[in-house]
Design a protein around this ligand. Structure first.
Ligand SMILES: *Cc1c(COP(=O)(O)O)cnc(C)c1O
Length: 391
Protein backbone atom coordinates (compact mmCIF):
# COMPACT_ATOMS: atom_id res chain seq x y z
CA UNK A 1 0.00 0.00 0.00
CA UNK A 2 1.18 3.51 -0.82
CA UNK A 3 1.06 5.17 2.58
CA UNK A 4 1.14 8.79 1.39
CA UNK A 5 -1.61 8.07 -1.08
CA UNK A 6 -3.70 6.27 1.54
CA UNK A 7 -3.47 9.22 3.93
CA UNK A 8 -4.39 11.69 1.20
CA UNK A 9 -7.43 9.65 0.21
CA UNK A 10 -8.62 9.35 3.82
CA UNK A 11 -8.20 13.11 4.25
CA UNK A 12 -10.15 13.84 1.09
CA UNK A 13 -13.04 11.59 2.15
CA UNK A 14 -13.19 13.18 5.60
CA UNK A 15 -12.16 9.87 7.15
CA UNK A 16 -8.62 10.62 8.31
CA UNK A 17 -8.33 9.92 12.00
CA UNK A 18 -6.10 12.01 14.22
CA UNK A 19 -5.47 11.57 17.90
CA UNK A 20 -6.80 14.52 19.84
CA UNK A 21 -4.66 15.44 22.85
CA UNK A 22 -7.08 16.31 25.60
CA UNK A 23 -6.79 17.42 29.15
CA UNK A 24 -9.16 15.82 31.63
CA UNK A 25 -9.89 18.35 34.36
CA UNK A 26 -12.53 16.02 35.82
CA UNK A 27 -14.66 13.04 34.91
CA UNK A 28 -17.24 14.84 32.79
CA UNK A 29 -15.06 17.34 31.01
CA UNK A 30 -12.28 17.45 28.49
CA UNK A 31 -10.40 20.33 26.96
CA UNK A 32 -7.99 20.94 24.14
CA UNK A 33 -4.87 22.70 25.45
CA UNK A 34 -5.59 26.33 26.20
CA UNK A 35 -9.29 26.13 25.27
CA UNK A 36 -12.53 26.11 27.23
CA UNK A 37 -13.83 22.99 28.96
CA UNK A 38 -16.14 20.78 26.90
CA UNK A 39 -18.83 18.45 28.24
CA UNK A 40 -17.68 14.95 27.41
CA UNK A 41 -20.34 12.94 25.56
CA UNK A 42 -17.95 10.41 24.14
CA UNK A 43 -16.93 8.56 27.28
CA UNK A 44 -18.17 5.05 28.08
CA UNK A 45 -17.58 5.64 31.78
CA UNK A 46 -21.36 5.50 32.19
CA UNK A 47 -21.55 5.14 35.96
CA UNK A 48 -18.68 7.53 36.58
CA UNK A 49 -16.66 4.81 38.26
CA UNK A 50 -13.24 5.87 36.94
CA UNK A 51 -13.07 8.42 39.74
CA UNK A 52 -15.11 6.64 42.39
CA UNK A 53 -13.35 6.93 45.79
CA UNK A 54 -13.64 3.21 46.52
CA UNK A 55 -11.97 2.22 43.25
CA UNK A 56 -9.21 4.74 43.88
CA UNK A 57 -8.55 3.37 47.36
CA UNK A 58 -8.58 -0.28 46.28
CA UNK A 59 -6.37 0.39 43.26
CA UNK A 60 -3.93 2.43 45.36
CA UNK A 61 -3.65 -0.30 47.96
CA UNK A 62 -2.99 -3.00 45.36
CA UNK A 63 -0.53 -0.68 43.64
CA UNK A 64 1.53 -0.17 46.76
CA UNK A 65 1.35 -3.85 47.74
CA UNK A 66 2.00 -5.50 44.39
CA UNK A 67 3.58 -2.86 42.18
CA UNK A 68 2.64 -1.54 38.78
CA UNK A 69 2.48 -4.74 36.76
CA UNK A 70 1.77 -8.45 36.99
CA UNK A 71 5.16 -9.22 35.47
CA UNK A 72 4.14 -12.10 33.25
CA UNK A 73 1.29 -14.09 31.77
CA UNK A 74 -1.25 -15.82 34.01
CA UNK A 75 0.06 -19.28 33.09
CA UNK A 76 3.53 -18.25 34.18
CA UNK A 77 4.06 -16.36 37.44
CA UNK A 78 1.51 -13.61 36.70
CA UNK A 79 -1.50 -15.25 38.32
CA UNK A 80 -2.60 -13.39 41.45
CA UNK A 81 -5.24 -14.11 44.05
CA UNK A 82 -6.84 -10.82 42.91
CA UNK A 83 -7.38 -12.31 39.43
CA UNK A 84 -9.07 -15.35 40.88
CA UNK A 85 -11.31 -13.20 43.08
CA UNK A 86 -12.30 -10.95 40.21
CA UNK A 87 -13.13 -13.94 38.04
CA UNK A 88 -15.28 -15.39 40.79
CA UNK A 89 -17.09 -12.07 41.23
CA UNK A 90 -17.69 -11.73 37.48
CA UNK A 91 -18.95 -15.32 37.19
CA UNK A 92 -21.39 -14.65 40.03
CA UNK A 93 -22.50 -11.35 38.47
CA UNK A 94 -23.15 -13.00 35.11
CA UNK A 95 -24.76 -16.07 36.70
CA UNK A 96 -22.21 -18.40 35.12
CA UNK A 97 -20.01 -21.10 36.66
CA UNK A 98 -16.70 -19.46 35.87
CA UNK A 99 -15.00 -16.52 34.19
CA UNK A 100 -11.66 -15.70 32.59
CA UNK A 101 -9.94 -12.33 32.36
CA UNK A 102 -8.41 -10.93 29.17
CA UNK A 103 -6.23 -7.89 28.60
CA UNK A 104 -9.08 -6.10 26.81
CA UNK A 105 -12.37 -6.74 25.05
CA UNK A 106 -10.56 -6.65 21.75
CA UNK A 107 -8.16 -9.34 22.94
CA UNK A 108 -11.04 -11.38 24.35
CA UNK A 109 -12.91 -11.52 21.05
CA UNK A 110 -9.86 -12.26 18.93
CA UNK A 111 -8.96 -15.04 21.38
CA UNK A 112 -12.35 -16.63 22.05
CA UNK A 113 -13.61 -16.95 18.48
CA UNK A 114 -10.56 -18.73 16.98
CA UNK A 115 -10.52 -21.03 20.02
CA UNK A 116 -14.05 -22.16 19.19
CA UNK A 117 -14.11 -22.33 15.41
CA UNK A 118 -11.63 -23.01 12.64
CA UNK A 119 -11.34 -23.46 8.91
CA UNK A 120 -14.02 -26.13 8.61
CA UNK A 121 -16.54 -24.31 10.77
CA UNK A 122 -18.96 -21.46 10.36
CA UNK A 123 -19.79 -18.18 12.13
CA UNK A 124 -23.06 -16.24 11.91
CA UNK A 125 -22.55 -12.62 12.88
CA UNK A 126 -24.73 -9.52 13.09
CA UNK A 127 -23.58 -7.01 10.51
CA UNK A 128 -23.12 -4.32 13.17
CA UNK A 129 -20.94 -6.44 15.44
CA UNK A 130 -17.81 -4.75 16.78
CA UNK A 131 -14.58 -4.87 14.76
CA UNK A 132 -12.96 -7.14 17.36
CA UNK A 133 -15.58 -9.80 16.57
CA UNK A 134 -14.84 -9.55 12.87
CA UNK A 135 -11.13 -9.71 13.50
CA UNK A 136 -11.69 -12.80 15.63
CA UNK A 137 -13.62 -14.39 12.77
CA UNK A 138 -10.86 -13.58 10.33
CA UNK A 139 -8.22 -15.09 12.61
CA UNK A 140 -10.38 -18.19 13.00
CA UNK A 141 -10.54 -18.68 9.24
CA UNK A 142 -14.11 -19.96 9.54
CA UNK A 143 -16.74 -19.32 6.88
CA UNK A 144 -18.48 -16.08 7.84
CA UNK A 145 -22.16 -15.31 7.24
CA UNK A 146 -23.34 -11.87 8.21
CA UNK A 147 -27.01 -11.16 8.76
CA UNK A 148 -28.67 -7.75 8.58
CA UNK A 149 -28.69 -5.99 11.93
CA UNK A 150 -31.08 -7.72 14.36
CA UNK A 151 -32.75 -9.60 11.50
CA UNK A 152 -33.55 -13.04 12.93
CA UNK A 153 -35.41 -14.09 9.78
CA UNK A 154 -32.26 -13.65 7.80
CA UNK A 155 -30.24 -15.36 10.51
CA UNK A 156 -32.55 -18.38 10.31
CA UNK A 157 -32.35 -18.37 6.54
CA UNK A 158 -28.54 -18.44 6.74
CA UNK A 159 -28.63 -21.16 9.38
CA UNK A 160 -30.84 -23.32 7.16
CA UNK A 161 -28.46 -22.97 4.26
CA UNK A 162 -25.05 -22.89 5.92
CA UNK A 163 -25.22 -24.55 9.36
CA UNK A 164 -23.34 -27.58 8.01
CA UNK A 165 -22.15 -30.49 10.14
CA UNK A 166 -19.18 -28.96 11.92
CA UNK A 167 -18.97 -26.36 14.66
CA UNK A 168 -21.21 -23.34 14.29
CA UNK A 169 -21.05 -20.14 16.30
CA UNK A 170 -23.52 -17.25 16.45
CA UNK A 171 -22.15 -13.92 17.71
CA UNK A 172 -24.23 -10.92 18.75
CA UNK A 173 -23.93 -7.92 21.02
CA UNK A 174 -26.66 -7.45 23.60
CA UNK A 175 -26.53 -3.63 23.24
CA UNK A 176 -25.06 -2.37 19.97
CA UNK A 177 -22.36 0.15 20.51
CA UNK A 178 -22.99 2.41 17.53
CA UNK A 179 -26.79 2.22 17.26
CA UNK A 180 -27.60 1.98 20.97
CA UNK A 181 -30.28 -0.66 20.36
CA UNK A 182 -30.86 -4.10 21.89
CA UNK A 183 -30.45 -7.53 20.34
CA UNK A 184 -33.61 -9.68 20.27
CA UNK A 185 -31.83 -12.13 22.58
CA UNK A 186 -34.74 -14.53 23.15
CA UNK A 187 -35.13 -15.08 19.41
CA UNK A 188 -31.41 -15.56 18.90
CA UNK A 189 -31.28 -18.06 21.76
CA UNK A 190 -34.21 -19.98 20.29
CA UNK A 191 -32.41 -20.17 16.91
CA UNK A 192 -29.14 -21.20 18.52
CA UNK A 193 -30.98 -24.07 20.21
CA UNK A 194 -32.99 -25.07 17.13
CA UNK A 195 -29.87 -25.18 14.94
CA UNK A 196 -27.55 -26.52 17.61
CA UNK A 197 -24.98 -23.73 17.49
CA UNK A 198 -22.86 -22.12 20.16
CA UNK A 199 -23.74 -18.55 21.05
CA UNK A 200 -21.32 -15.81 22.14
CA UNK A 201 -22.90 -12.63 23.44
CA UNK A 202 -20.83 -9.45 23.75
CA UNK A 203 -22.14 -7.32 26.62
CA UNK A 204 -19.50 -4.60 26.40
CA UNK A 205 -22.00 -1.75 26.72
CA UNK A 206 -24.62 -3.53 28.83
CA UNK A 207 -22.58 -4.88 31.72
CA UNK A 208 -23.03 -2.83 34.86
CA UNK A 209 -26.16 -1.11 33.59
CA UNK A 210 -29.03 -3.52 32.98
CA UNK A 211 -30.61 -6.28 35.01
CA UNK A 212 -30.32 -7.08 38.70
CA UNK A 213 -27.03 -5.67 40.03
CA UNK A 214 -26.13 -4.55 36.52
CA UNK A 215 -25.57 -8.14 35.41
CA UNK A 216 -26.43 -7.24 31.82
CA UNK A 217 -29.20 -7.77 29.31
CA UNK A 218 -28.87 -11.55 29.16
CA UNK A 219 -29.44 -11.87 32.87
CA UNK A 220 -32.24 -9.30 32.67
CA UNK A 221 -33.95 -11.51 30.07
CA UNK A 222 -33.35 -14.61 32.20
CA UNK A 223 -31.29 -16.20 29.46
CA UNK A 224 -27.92 -16.49 31.17
CA UNK A 225 -28.08 -20.29 31.36
CA UNK A 226 -28.94 -20.67 27.67
CA UNK A 227 -25.88 -19.03 26.14
CA UNK A 228 -22.47 -20.65 25.84
CA UNK A 229 -20.32 -17.61 26.45
CA UNK A 230 -20.89 -14.04 27.52
CA UNK A 231 -18.07 -11.53 27.33
CA UNK A 232 -17.69 -7.92 28.32
CA UNK A 233 -15.12 -5.26 29.00
CA UNK A 234 -13.92 -3.77 32.27
CA UNK A 235 -13.18 -0.55 30.40
CA UNK A 236 -16.67 0.91 30.05
CA UNK A 237 -19.27 0.97 32.83
CA UNK A 238 -16.81 -0.77 35.17
CA UNK A 239 -14.45 2.17 34.87
CA UNK A 240 -11.12 0.42 34.37
CA UNK A 241 -9.38 -1.71 31.82
CA UNK A 242 -9.42 -5.35 30.80
CA UNK A 243 -12.18 -7.77 29.92
CA UNK A 244 -13.75 -11.09 30.80
CA UNK A 245 -15.65 -14.01 29.40
CA UNK A 246 -18.04 -16.02 31.58
CA UNK A 247 -19.21 -19.53 30.80
CA UNK A 248 -19.40 -23.08 32.14
CA UNK A 249 -16.35 -24.30 34.02
CA UNK A 250 -15.37 -26.66 31.25
CA UNK A 251 -15.55 -23.93 28.63
CA UNK A 252 -13.28 -21.69 30.72
CA UNK A 253 -10.78 -24.55 31.18
CA UNK A 254 -10.85 -24.96 27.40
CA UNK A 255 -10.18 -21.26 26.78
CA UNK A 256 -7.29 -21.24 29.26
CA UNK A 257 -5.72 -23.85 27.01
CA UNK A 258 -6.80 -22.53 23.64
CA UNK A 259 -7.30 -18.75 23.58
CA UNK A 260 -4.00 -17.43 22.32
CA UNK A 261 -4.66 -13.82 23.32
CA UNK A 262 -5.05 -15.11 26.88
CA UNK A 263 -2.12 -17.52 26.89
CA UNK A 264 0.46 -15.25 25.27
CA UNK A 265 -0.33 -11.96 27.00
CA UNK A 266 0.71 -10.38 30.27
CA UNK A 267 -1.85 -10.62 33.07
CA UNK A 268 -3.89 -7.57 34.08
CA UNK A 269 -1.98 -5.32 36.50
CA UNK A 270 -2.96 -5.99 40.15
CA UNK A 271 -4.18 -2.41 40.70
CA UNK A 272 -6.43 -2.60 37.64
CA UNK A 273 -7.75 -5.92 38.87
CA UNK A 274 -8.43 -4.54 42.35
CA UNK A 275 -10.28 -1.55 40.87
CA UNK A 276 -12.49 -3.85 38.80
CA UNK A 277 -13.19 -5.99 41.85
CA UNK A 278 -14.33 -2.88 43.71
CA UNK A 279 -16.44 -1.85 40.71
CA UNK A 280 -18.26 -5.18 40.58
CA UNK A 281 -18.94 -4.97 44.33
CA UNK A 282 -20.34 -1.44 43.90
CA UNK A 283 -22.86 -2.64 41.34
CA UNK A 284 -24.61 -4.46 44.19
CA UNK A 285 -23.99 -2.01 47.02
CA UNK A 286 -24.80 1.20 45.13
CA UNK A 287 -27.81 0.51 42.89
CA UNK A 288 -28.45 4.27 42.96
CA UNK A 289 -25.57 4.65 40.48
CA UNK A 290 -27.78 2.97 37.87
CA UNK A 291 -30.90 4.88 38.91
CA UNK A 292 -29.02 8.15 38.58
CA UNK A 293 -27.82 7.21 35.11
CA UNK A 294 -31.31 6.30 33.84
CA UNK A 295 -32.72 9.54 35.23
CA UNK A 296 -30.04 11.47 33.39
CA UNK A 297 -30.66 9.55 30.17
CA UNK A 298 -34.36 10.43 30.49
CA UNK A 299 -33.58 14.13 30.98
CA UNK A 300 -31.24 14.17 27.98
CA UNK A 301 -33.68 12.42 25.64
CA UNK A 302 -36.65 14.51 26.73
CA UNK A 303 -34.68 17.69 26.16
CA UNK A 304 -33.63 16.53 22.69
CA UNK A 305 -37.30 15.91 21.87
CA UNK A 306 -38.30 19.28 23.27
CA UNK A 307 -35.67 20.80 21.00
CA UNK A 308 -37.40 19.23 18.03
CA UNK A 309 -35.35 16.10 17.43
CA UNK A 310 -37.81 13.59 16.04
CA UNK A 311 -35.54 10.60 15.51
CA UNK A 312 -36.06 7.49 17.61
CA UNK A 313 -33.65 7.93 20.49
CA UNK A 314 -33.56 4.24 21.37
CA UNK A 315 -33.68 2.34 24.66
CA UNK A 316 -30.23 2.94 26.09
CA UNK A 317 -27.60 5.34 27.32
CA UNK A 318 -26.09 5.48 23.81
CA UNK A 319 -27.87 7.96 21.57
CA UNK A 320 -26.79 8.17 17.94
CA UNK A 321 -27.97 11.05 15.77
CA UNK A 322 -27.35 10.21 12.14
CA UNK A 323 -25.99 13.02 10.01
CA UNK A 324 -25.20 11.26 6.73
CA UNK A 325 -21.88 12.00 5.10
CA UNK A 326 -18.53 11.93 6.91
CA UNK A 327 -17.81 15.59 6.26
CA UNK A 328 -21.22 16.69 7.47
CA UNK A 329 -20.69 14.67 10.65
CA UNK A 330 -17.27 16.26 11.22
CA UNK A 331 -18.71 19.73 10.65
CA UNK A 332 -21.54 19.05 13.07
CA UNK A 333 -19.04 17.83 15.67
CA UNK A 334 -17.05 21.03 15.13
CA UNK A 335 -20.09 23.25 15.60
CA UNK A 336 -20.92 21.45 18.84
CA UNK A 337 -17.35 21.80 20.01
CA UNK A 338 -17.59 25.54 19.52
CA UNK A 339 -20.61 25.46 21.80
CA UNK A 340 -18.94 23.47 24.57
CA UNK A 341 -19.95 19.91 23.67
CA UNK A 342 -17.57 17.10 22.85
CA UNK A 343 -19.18 14.28 20.89
CA UNK A 344 -17.30 12.17 18.43
CA UNK A 345 -18.28 11.85 14.80
CA UNK A 346 -18.49 8.15 14.06
CA UNK A 347 -17.59 7.56 10.43
CA UNK A 348 -16.96 4.69 8.06
CA UNK A 349 -15.52 2.12 8.41
CA UNK A 350 -16.86 2.04 11.98
CA UNK A 351 -20.40 2.52 10.60
CA UNK A 352 -21.77 1.88 7.09
CA UNK A 353 -21.09 4.52 4.41
CA UNK A 354 -23.69 7.29 4.42
CA UNK A 355 -24.63 6.75 8.07
CA UNK A 356 -21.96 8.87 9.73
CA UNK A 357 -23.33 10.09 13.00
CA UNK A 358 -22.70 11.87 16.21
CA UNK A 359 -22.85 9.46 19.08
CA UNK A 360 -23.77 10.76 22.51
CA UNK A 361 -23.23 8.67 25.57
CA UNK A 362 -24.69 9.84 28.83
CA UNK A 363 -22.65 9.39 31.98
CA UNK A 364 -23.14 10.17 35.65
CA UNK A 365 -20.38 12.75 35.35
CA UNK A 366 -22.86 15.15 33.75
CA UNK A 367 -25.60 16.77 35.84
CA UNK A 368 -29.24 16.89 34.77
CA UNK A 369 -28.91 20.65 34.19
CA UNK A 370 -25.83 20.20 32.02
CA UNK A 371 -27.57 17.47 30.06
CA UNK A 372 -30.71 19.45 29.34
CA UNK A 373 -28.75 22.56 28.37
CA UNK A 374 -26.50 20.49 26.11
CA UNK A 375 -29.49 18.73 24.54
CA UNK A 376 -31.03 22.07 23.57
CA UNK A 377 -27.81 23.07 21.83
CA UNK A 378 -27.46 19.69 20.13
CA UNK A 379 -31.04 19.84 18.89
CA UNK A 380 -30.51 23.30 17.46
CA UNK A 381 -27.28 22.33 15.70
CA UNK A 382 -28.57 19.03 14.36
CA UNK A 383 -31.80 20.09 12.76
CA UNK A 384 -34.18 20.51 15.64
CA UNK A 385 -36.84 23.18 15.81
CA UNK A 386 -34.57 26.17 16.37
CA UNK A 387 -32.61 25.48 13.22
CA UNK A 388 -35.73 25.02 11.12
CA UNK A 389 -36.83 28.43 12.31
CA UNK A 390 -40.07 27.39 13.98
CA UNK A 391 -39.03 28.58 17.38
C1 LIG B 1 -15.49 -1.61 23.34
C2 LIG B 1 -15.93 -2.90 22.78
C3 LIG B 1 -15.07 -4.00 22.72
C4 LIG B 1 -13.62 -3.88 23.07
O1 LIG B 1 -13.43 -3.76 24.42
P1 LIG B 1 -12.05 -3.07 24.95
O2 LIG B 1 -11.98 -3.52 26.34
O3 LIG B 1 -12.24 -1.61 24.77
O4 LIG B 1 -10.96 -3.62 24.09
C5 LIG B 1 -15.57 -5.20 22.28
N1 LIG B 1 -16.86 -5.32 21.89
C6 LIG B 1 -17.70 -4.28 21.90
C7 LIG B 1 -19.10 -4.47 21.45
C8 LIG B 1 -17.26 -3.04 22.33
O5 LIG B 1 -18.10 -2.00 22.31
Amino acid sequence: MDITDFLARQEKAGNLRRLPVLEHPDGGRVRFAGEEDLLDFSSNDYLGLTRHPLLLVEAAEALSRFGTGAGSARLMSGNFELHRRLEAALAALKDQEAALLFGSGYLANIGIIPALVGRHDVVFSDRLNHASIYDGCRLAGAALHRFAHNDCNQLEDLLKRHRGKNEALIVVESLYSMDGDFCPLAEVVALKERYDCRLLVDEAHATGLFGANGAGLLAAANLADRVDLVMGTLGKALGGYGAYVAARREMIAFLINRARSFIFATALPPATTAAALAAVALLATEPELRQELWQRVEVFKNSLKLGGIEADLGPSQIIPLTVGGSKAALQAADRLRQRGIYATAVRPPTVPAGSARLRFSVTNHLSADELSAAAAIIASELGGRERQGSE
